[in-house]
Design a protein around this ligand. Structure first.
Ligand code: AMP
Length: 279
């Protein structure tokens, strides 16, 4: 396994792996580290689709708001390298922030209207920061495909949008959300939760399951809302039922697939989750 912090070394490392002119394909799994079973499932999916798997580990300052948890975000580099080695990763790219962004940086990717709704309404600039770093990682690593989790459904939809709008030559693969046996979606931020917090956090996946069992938009929203309302310790940012590709709210007459997405704070920890609903 090649581990590099050096962006300049990436071209050479690709050659070593026989990627590109050598004929081998490369799948990239972008992460912020603190790797868990959810990340492992992405690595396994990347292995199924590409000859070699690259992982980036980079806590991207651009996607955190000033009052968010950038400085206290979990950083577990040594354990992450073990996970990568166990999962047969060929290349780990872990740049330092000062090597990713020029001090006089001016240009970034704009997530447009879709970046300002739902998650974007509560985290202004977050999705611009995500798209900017993902495009940079694509340009540096030059993968054939990249795998992203459905756990961050709006992020995945926006990356598909960026690739289509900007003709980015990378295939985007979505991966299902990995959950604890009791339903809690795995997240690097779950380690902030106390035992009591964790019990409260379960209301998110319970609400989504209650909604997903219904068949009309009105019933879905009502069933999910009732579960959230029964958990007063949860500070809900949003519960929305949206089109999978645009994240616009679906109308009451919508049929087919939609995404039921929720974001809420448990104490100081903000969690998001979503599920696909068939209407
Ligand atoms: P992060 O390190 O949180 O930026 O996540 C890196 C990638 O892992 C993103 O594509 C996430 O959507 C994905 N991911 C995070 N949690 C899960 C999960 N529980 N199941 C599947 N994928 C996940």
């Amino acid at each position: 396994m090649i581990v590099t912090r050096d962006r300049a070394g990436l071209v050479k490392e690709r050659e070593t792996l026989g990627v590109g002119a050598g004929g081998a394909t490369l799948g990239l799994v972008p992460t912020m580290g603190a790797l868990h079973e959810g990340h492992r499932s992405l690595l396994r999916l990347a292995h199924e689709k590409a000859d070699h798997v690259a992982v980036s580990i980079f806590v991207n300052p651009l996607q955190f708001g000033p009052a968010e948890d950038y400085s206290r975000y979990p950083r577990t580099f040594d354990a992450d390298l073990e996970v990568c080695a166990e999962e047969g990763v060929s290349l780990v790219f872990a740049p330092a922030p000062e090597d990713m962004y020029l001090p006089d940086r001016q240009v970034g990717v704009s997530a447009g209207r879709m970046g300002a709704i739902v998650e974007g309404e509560f985290r202004p600039g977050h999705l611009d920061g995500v798209l900017t770093v993902v495009l940079k990682l694509f340009n540096l690593v030059r993968p054939d495909l990249a795998v992203f989790g459905q756990k961050d459904a709006q992020q995945l939809a926006m990356i598909r949008r960026m690739v289509a709008d900007l003709d980015v030559p990378v295939s985007i693969v979505g991966a299902p959300t990995v959950r604890e046996p009791d339903g809690l979606a795995l997240s690097s931020r779950n380690r902030y939760l106390s035992r009591d917090d964790r019990a409260v956090a379960l209301a998110l996946s319970r609400a989504l399951a209650a909604g997903a069992a219904r068949r009309t938009p009105e019933e879905v929203r009502r069933a999910a809302r009732a579960v959230l309302a029964a958990e007063p310790a949860l500070a809900v940012d949003y519960l929305v039922l949206v089109h999978p590709a645009t994240f616009e709210e679906v109308g009451d007459d919508h049929s087919g697939e939609a995404i039921l997405a929720v974001a809420a704070k448990v104490g100081s920890t903000r969690l998001i989750d979503n599920v696909t609903v068939t209407l």
